[in-house]
Design a protein around this ligand. Structure first.
Ligand SMILES: [Zn+2]
Length: 153
């Protein structure tokens, strides 16, 4: 039978259980009693795909959305570009712009029913827009206060 040297990996012919001197590196080792064939690769179970939670219908602005069961797969619907624009401008801090874009996107999404998605994006854009607006007003007020105190001193 063929045995494999544990030191250098070269194969040497030997009887099972016999002490073998490696022809390549002269390491002495004991041949296994039975030929250990190549172990089958342990196949890991395929990873369970993690699906994002389905977006919930907004109960405030969906008077007659109808049952979602039987509706076309919402995850295949194209994103509403205005909703994306609202989110992006909201992140960039363009407060009023993202608020307007967000409301326009929600109007389009309501008109499109399940044909488009991105309502959550639009809402996020509106929220970010309001936050940006507040921050902008706040920093403007701070700047005015700072200017006033500097002028007064
Ligand atoms: Zn060897």
């Amino acid at each position: 039978m063929k045995t494999f040297c544990p030191q250098c990996g070269s194969d040497n012919e030997a009887q099972p259980g016999q002490r073998v001197t490696c022809a390549a590196c002269t390491a002495v080792y004991t041949a296994p009693a039975t030929l250990a064939g190549p172990q089958p690769a342990v196949t890991a179970p395929p990873p369970v795909p993690v699906y994002p939670p389905a977006p919930l219908p907004n109960p405030l602005s969906a008077p007659s959305a109808g049952p979602l069961i039987g509706a076309p797969d919402a995850s295949l619907a194209p994103w509403n570009p205005l909703a994306i624009a609202a989110l992006v401008t909201g992140i960039l801090g363009c407060g009023p712009v993202s608020i307007i874009l967000g409301f326009l996107a929600i109007q389009q999404l309501d008109a499109a029913h399940q044909a488009q998605r991105g309502k959550n994006l639009a809402i996020a854009g509106i929220v970010l827009g309001f936050l940006g607006l507040c921050c902008g007003v706040g920093s403007l007020a701070l700047a005015l206060l700072g200017a006033a105190s500097t002028a007064g001193a």
